[in-house]
Design a protein around this ligand. Structure first.
Ligand SMILES: Nc1ncnc2c1ncn2[C@@H]1O[C@H](COP(=O)(O)OP(=O)(O)OP(=O)(O)O)[C@@H](O)[C@H]1O
Ligand SMILES: [Mg+2]
Length: 453
């Protein structure tokens, strides 16, 4: 039998050492040595040549996806859990990871499959307290265990259809000396669970904590190992939560699931446009945009505040928008649309804690800023989408017809967007070519009447 040895490997340059060192002797990096297990407990048999098969003759498993029973979660997963896959769910403390996954397990168990919850973070009694609040989770099996070998052995023996590990940071392998939650432990746990998941055909969901810098703990050590990485976002002070995939081997990464946190658990919001895409008529500094997340168009309210400042470098602060794109939009507004912002702070916020990344939302951000800077509201019943170029010319966003249909569904009268689109259900589209023309079409001519003092 080969002996299992513990080695320390530098994460930067790969230098190995028999003991831990603060500074890597190879590259001089500090604190980069990570504990690893080397060698295996079983002697490797002589390798046997295997016969490759044509890919067409491999049975596809698409039809066997396990529905989680939570439609918004299924959507983000790309249609349900794939048997034998490993999914990582990350999120800030208290955002509702355990709640969401317990709900899903309850639904899976009710559908007649075996669902197992391995809890290392909370005791079985604490979980049952939550289960009582959520309801419908009686047939979920539970195991309170933090020992990695015991968890793997249980999975191999019991072979449930779906298993949730809450959380991967609490598991520990006894062979490693480092503390649970360290890079070495988390990596070892994920690697072992990956093997067990594939061999025993258990769809495994790992809950991972987000560290201070926002990455799933262990400097993103798990992301390349697992099949799917889901991020659960939203702040604890609002009831809305957004679930998105940052990696998915079996589906699109742009899908979005929206939930509302209630006393009875997380409730899916099937029509988020209704929720996020409404502005108050006549309000200065608010515009409705239509962003596309995966296959789902989403109407969003974008708010902006423009305030005079004495700072040499005025602030451009965006919540839910990319700071680089925000800086670009502010510059194009100043240069090509006559909206001077050089001595003003600009704040932009996307309603509902949603983050928009695609360039099709540029125009709505620009409208909100221009409205705030000029003190005139966006016309009533107007939505906007389109990408802003550096020359001040607008470019059509992708999948125009889908967006137009969503606008029509929510009773938008006019869409300010570059020409294009052929949907018959579309509202009136202005077909503007430049940012300047878009501002003319979308903004009211006069500021709102001052209320009598
Ligand atoms: N009775 C209740 N009514 C409404 N909301 C509740 C209730 N109890 C808990 N919550 C919500 O559930 C959230 C905690 O959910 P959960 O324990 O699933 O989070 P988590 O992401 O698993 O957290 P952790 O990282 O600490 O494990 C709380 O932030 C709170 O918003
Ligand atoms: Mg939890």
């Amino acid at each position: 039998m080969a002996k299992v040895t513990v080695q320390f490997t530098c994460a930067e340059c790969g230098t190995t050492s028999g003991r831990w060192l603060g500074k890597c002797p190879g590259c001089g990096a500090f604190g980069s040595l990570v504990e690893e297990l080397h060698g295996s407990t079983t002697e490797r048999a002589a390798a046997v040549a295997r016969k490759p098969v044509p890919i067409g003759s491999v049975a596809s498993e698409e039809s066997t996806r396990i529905s989680s029973g939570v439609p918004e979660l299924d959507r983000v997963l790309g249609g349900g859990l794939v048997p034998g896959s490993l999914v990582l769910v990350g999120g800030e403390p208290g955002v509702g990871k355990s709640t969401l996954l317990l709900t899903a397990l309850g639904e899976i168990a009710r559908g007649g499959r075996r669902a197992l919850l391995v809890t290392g973070e909370e005791s079985a009694a604490q979980v049952s307290l939550r289960a009582a609040r959520l309801g419908g989770t009686e047939s979920v099996e539970i195991l309170a265990e933090t020992e990695l070998d015991a968890v793997c052995a249980t999975l191999e023996a019991e072979r449930p259809d779906v298993c949730v590990i809450d959380s991967v940071q609490t598991l520990h392998a006894t062979a490693l000396a480092s503390a649970p939650g360290s890079v070495a432990q988390v990596r070892e746990a994920a690697g072992r669970l990956l093997r067990v998941a594939k061999e025993a055909d258990v769809a495994t969901v790992l809950v991972g904590h987000v560290t201070k810098d926002g990455a799933v703990a262990g400097p993103r050590v798990l992301e390349h190992l697992v099949d799917c990485v889901l991020q659960f976002e939203g702040d604890r002070y609002h009831e809305h939560r957004v679930l998105r995939a940052t990696k998915n081997r079996f589906g699109s990464t742009n899908e979005l699931g929206v939930f509302e946190m209630t006393a009875a658990g997380l409730v899916g919001v099937p029509d988020p446009s209704q929720l996020f895409g409404t502005t108050h008529a006549g309000e200065v500094g608010a515009a409705v945009g239509c962003a596309l997340e995966g296959t789902r168009p989403l109407l969003l309210e974008v708010q902006a505040l423009v305030a005079p400042t004495d700072l040499a470098m005025p602030r451009r602060v965006g919540t839910g928008v990319d700071p680089k794109r925000l800086a670009m939009i502010v510059a194009v507004l100043g240069r090509h649309a006559g909206v001077a912002l050089a001595s003003s702070d600009v704040f932009v916020n996307v309603a509902g804690g949603v983050r928009i990344e695609e360039p099709g939302a540029d125009l709505a951000v620009a409208l909100a800023i221009a409205s705030a800077a000029r003190g005139v509201p966006v016309r009533e019943g107007v939505a906007a989408f389109g990408e802003i170029g550096l020359t001040g010319r607008l470019r059509q966003a992708s999948q125009v017809d889908r967006r137009l249909e969503e606008c029509a569904k929510l009773g938008i009268a006019t869409v300010v967007a570059p020409p294009g689109g052929s949907s018959r259900r579309a509202p009136h589209t202005t077909g503007v070519e430049t940012l300047r023309a878009a501002l003319r079409a979308a903004l009211e001519a006069k500021p709102p009447a001052e209320e009598a003092a």
